[in-house]
Design a protein. Structure first.
Length: 273
């Protein structure tokens, strides 16, 4: 499916997430001539990608006509400075999509013309390889057509989940936004445990990485739940059962992860307030 929009797209911020989104759009066939990027100093790899596709990038973009979509991918602390400068580029039909963590729809709207359609989205780091998952929430001004256009933009880097209750974004951020870090920690700890059991560090690291990648691919390809997969690889009184007895004990892996997600959601709420 070729990605097409009703008008020009302005990407503000071409760092890790902005660059990942742009790469996904170009993979989906979006016309590079329809994209403008505002970033004073994009990373070298993103700058090279834009140059190879002929995407226009400027420290400050000036447009004669309003953009169809403005995607804001700057750090949250820059929002208060950046959004007011974008207000003149927002027309009656312009959709603004923010991937800045912790900035609410109301906060974003306070910097933009009244009635601006806004989507708040939270992709995770796996967007960089086209396998991210994004939680998204729209304000009342977003039309079905604009929501569909936003869907296509976000699906260029993975799956999209829409929610109607904005405060739930804090919990979603704690699960999927921060989730890759939990998986990376699991790989790190699994490798360290392998070394403690007598393996060479490079072998332990390769085993941990390969195991997590393979398990993730099994989940992706199967309709079985994670619990069903766990049971399928656990023989009664076997090796895996002995390990799971430790991990699933009171205060173990499940309890720690529940506590971790609760703390992450709490911090997300604090940043949003």
């Amino acid at each position: 499916m070729t990605l097409r929009l009703a008008g020009p797209l302005l990407l503000v911020g071409a760092g890790k997430m902005g660059g990942a989104l742009l790469a996904g759009w170009l993979r989906q066939g979006l016309n590079p001539g329809a994209v403008m990027v505002q970033d004073p100093a994009p990373p070298p790899e993103v700058a090279a990608m834009m140059a190879s596709h002929g995407v226009r990038v400027r420290p400050k973009v000036e447009m004669t006509d309003p953009a169809a979509v403005i995607v804001v991918a700057v750090k949250p602390q820059l929002i208060d400075d950046v959004l007011p400068t974008l207000a003149p580029l927002v027309g009656p039909e312009t959709l603004v999509v923010s991937v800045a963590a912790g900035r609410t729809l109301a906060n974003l709207a306070s910097h933009l013309p009244p009635g601006t359609p806004i989507v708040r989205a939270m992709p995770n780091s796996a967007a960089a390889v086209g396998h991210g998952i994004t939680a998204a929430c729209a304000n009342a001004e977003v039309t079905p057509e604009q929501a569909h256009a936003c869907d296509e933009l976000l699906e260029a880097v993975g799956e999209v989940i829409w929610i109607g209750d904005e405060p739930l974004l804090d919990a979603l951020t704690a699960v999927s936004g921060s989730g890759p870090a939990y998986v990376f920690l699991l790989a790190e700890c699994l490798a360290k445990a392998g070394v403690a059991a007598g393996l060479e560090p490079d072998i332990a690291a390769r085993l941990a990485r390969g195991t997590i990648i393979g398990a993730g691919e099994l989940l992706r390809r199967s309709d079985l739940s994670p619990a069903e997969h766990r049971k399928n690889v656990t023989s009664p009184k076997g090796v895996t059962a002995a390990a799971l007895e430790v991990l699933m004990a009171e205060g173990g892996f499940s309890d720690l992860l529940t506590k971790a997600v609760a703390e992450a959601a709490k911090r997300s709420r604090e940043l949003s307030s």
